[in-house]
Design a protein. Structure first.
Length: 271
């Protein structure tokens, strides 16, 4: 893939496509990449390309493509975080090929998508995405949706990341070699742009927390904010590796005092 920073900063949610089918070469590359996505939890995510006409798939906010990709995963602990990480890897790879995507969680006839994914009794399909080449101009509806959620805005670095405890904001200067990976977290996409990730840097470790937004406790078994955390972990991990940092993933709660709106998610230790 091309420079990760450029992929992350240039990618946006695409809901308006130009009507062209993916080239055979691009589709082949996507299929090959789907087989090698990973996540630090070691939980398998199985991807599948789906034709809207064949499976009766509908999404009122997407126009100009009939091709979708879905992912399914076992209903096990940390499945949402694992899914978010793996699906974002695929999203970023698609971006490197010039293929547009948008995370779909609710604005679709979910039953048809789940049937197309052939879910087992112990499996779920948290999200799907259309795939196609972006149109040269966004539709009016898409422009309004992006404006409503302030899609191109992000919270300041110091509002998301902390030095030793949640009492001390972390500056980019103080973050040093972790500044770039953390900034790539800052630019991660999230449901309704809520940006729920928070991180405390302490003793050569980055401890990630979910700051739960009101009304996002999980809808019909779908926890979009834990998926968002998986996306954040993906951005941090890929960016840190690109910088040559050696990381160890763990889930050892450092028991840093925090308010009740936060939940510890995971840690990356920097060797």
């Amino acid at each position: 893939m091309e420079n990760l920073k450029e992929l992350i900063k240039n990618r946006r949610s695409v809901r308006t496509y130009d009507g062209r089918e993916l080239t055979a070469e691009d589709k082949e590359k996507l299929l090959a990449f789907m087989e090698k996505t990973e996540n630090p939890y070691g939980i398998n995510v199985a991807f599948k390309l789906m034709d809207a006409g064949e499976h009766g798939l509908k999404c009122p906010v997407v126009v100009g493509t009939e091709l979708y990709v879905g992912g399914k995963i076992k209903r096990v602990p940390f499945a949402f975080e694992a899914f978010g990480y793996a699906f974002e890897m695929l999203v970023l790879y698609a971006q490197s090929l010039g293929i547009g995507t948008v995370w779909l969680g609710g604005t679709m006839n979910r039953q048809a998508y789940e049937a197309a994914m052939e879910l087992g009794d112990d499996e779920m399909m948290p999200c799907a995405s259309p795939l196609g080449y972006p149109a040269s101009k966004m539709s009016w509806r898409e422009s309004m949706m992006r404006k409503a959620i302030k899609a191109d805005e992000r919270l300041p670095f110091e509002a998301l990341f902390f030095d030793g405890s949640f009492d001390t904001p972390l500056t980019e200067e103080k973050a040093g070699k972790l500044a770039h990976p953390l900034d790539m977290v800052r630019w991660a996409p999230s449901a309704v742009n809520k940006q729920p990730w928070r991180a405390v840097v302490k003793d050569n470790a980055v401890h990630f927390y979910l700051k739960r937004a009101k009304g996002f406790g999980g809808h019909e078994g779908l926890d979009m904010q834990k998926i968002d955390m998986g996306i954040a972990l993906c951005h941090f991990d890929l960016a840190a590796r690109e910088c040559g940092l050696k990381l160890r993933f763990s889930q050892e709660d450092p028991e840093i005092p925090h308010d009740e709106s936060m939940q510890y998610i995971a840690t990356y230790r920097v060797d």
